[in-house]
Write a protein that binds this ligand. Structure first.
Ligand SMILES: *Cc1c(COP(=O)(O)O)cnc(C)c1O
Length: 431
């Protein structure tokens, strides 16, 4: 028995002092690491693994840190499955700072309670001077639900049949709206709705007229929709769900409505998401007339839709900070993308990995700017590398087009090019 490898199983205290296992204890807790170590030791004693594998077996049995950070080389800039907008460094720093105790609801000068989220509200108001008042809730759907509840419970929401959309994941706007107790008064048809249609439906039972931007599809051909300016003549509040969170016009996205222009056209209230084109955290933005925003803010439901301090911090930093990664990805010149992609290819080829550079088309995605095609360039690899890259560390997600895997750098921060290079080399086996 003297030479029985089972007797060489490392001791618990030795394993727990291992740097990798100590680091893991810092994230998943010492108890879990201990349990993983004991289980690995037991496997070694049973002869299932050799004693020198105990440390790695314990590490492998620990839960991976969640969520996994991934590289979005899909060419879909706001990918809902990948968490939509990636936050700016400024927003990340604000999130981290906000994780401790903060002055979120306290005025440090007076020592008295202060309005929660006042910094985010001030930053949003400063970004959209056309809004008399603003409020922030949990997401775009919450903004709509609050508007419907506070302004149209037991009343009618007049809305075009062409705008009763499904947002995603099976959630449909009409169901969301009626779940609040509001009744829908549908007008017009799928492809055409006129001002006369709205006018015929508006009356004493009207809570508001709703206009929803079709942000994830387009109706083309024989179509008609009524501009906000015309709806504003109907004598009832016009609520506009612009979707993407664009605050001011972007010449690159001529068909995407923005909050400032929509308010100036006469909208009483605009609702939008924080994590689409605004490039911030998940949030619902409400901008508009002071009396309406005040009613929303004071409604009991507002408390249930309240945003947490992390979101408020990230939103404030997004609104007041430098260009977001979303903005940068959207506005990067295709020529610059080509230079980056060529450089990546050359360095891969130098390491023995064959790859090509091909023209590609990126899209905004995530419920924004359907039909907008952004010229881009992609690294093309054989399709068989798609799964190993997805399962790599970090996972790199591309897009398979006609038997080839395309890695589009438009949505990848330039600082991550090196990680893409290393990931490709790892899966293609080149050195
Ligand atoms: C995305 C979107 C929503 C839902 O917003 P969330 O922030 O995802 O809740 C609602 N309406 C429109 C028009 C949208 O584009």
């Amino acid at each position: 028995m003297g030479d029985d490898p089972r007797r060489r199983v490392p001791r618990t205290d030795v394993l727990l002092a291992d740097p990798a296992l100590t680091a893991a204890a810092g994230t998943v807790g010492r108890d879990r690491v201990k349990a993983a170590v004991r289980a690995a030791q037991a496997r070694a004693r049973r002869g299932e693994i050799t004693p020198d594998r105990v440390r790695d077996a314990a590490l492998a049995a620990l839960p991976p840190p969640l969520p996994r950070r991934v590289v979005n080389a899909t060419g879909v800039l706001l990918h809902t499955n990948l968490g939509r907008a990636a936050l700016s460094d400024a927003a990340v720093a604000a999130l981290v700072a906000a994780a401790g105790h903060t002055d979120v609801e306290l005025d440090l000068d007076t020592g008295r309670r202060a309005r929660r989220g006042r910094d985010a509200v001030a930053a949003l108001a400063a970004a959209v001077p056309d809004a008399a008042a603003v409020h922030v809730v949990n997401n775009g759907a919450a903004a709509l639900a609050l508007a419907a509840t506070a302004l149209a419970a037991d009343a009618e929401i007049v809305v075009s049949r062409g705008e009763l959309v499904e947002i995603g994941d099976g959630f449909r706007l009409p169901d969301l709206l009626t779940s609040t107790g509001a009744r829908l008064r549908e007008v017009g048809t799928t492809n055409r709705t006129t001002l006369a249609d709205y006018a015929a439906a508006v009356g004493p039972r009207t809570g508001f007229v709703l206009k929803v931007h079709p942000s994830n599809f387009r109706v083309t051909g024989f179509t008609a929709a009524v501009p906000v300016g015309d709806l504003a003549t109907l004598g009832v509040p016009v609520v506009v769900d612009i979707g993407s969170g664009l605050l001011a016009p972007d010449p690159l996205l001529p068909d995407e409505p923005d909050a400032a222009t929509t308010l100036r056209a006469g909208a009483a209230l605009v609702t939008a998401s924080g994590d689409k084109l605004l490039g911030g955290p998940q949030a619902g933005l409400l901008l508009g007339q002071a009396d309406l925003v005040h009613r929303l803010r004071r409604h009991p439901l507002a408390r249930a839709l309240r945003v947490d301090k992390l979101t408020l911090a990230a939103l404030t930093a997004t609104l007041g900070g430098p260009a977001t990664p979303t903005h940068t990805a959207l506005h990067t010149d295709p020529g610059d993308l080509r230079v980056r992609t060529d450089r990546l290819r050359e360095s891969l080829v130098a390491d023995g990995c064959a790859a090509e550079v091909v023209p590609a088309v990126a899209v905004v995605g995530g419920g924004g700017a359907p039909g907008v095609e952004l010229a881009s360039w992609a690294l093309a690899l054989p399709e068989r590398y798609a799964a190993p890259l997805r399962l790599g560390d970090p996972p790199v997600l591309g897009r398979v087009v006609r038997g080839r895997l395309l890695l589009d750098l438009r949505g990848v921060p330039a600082a991550a090019d090196e990680a893409v290079r290393a990931a490709v080399l790892a899966v293609t086996g080149a050195t």
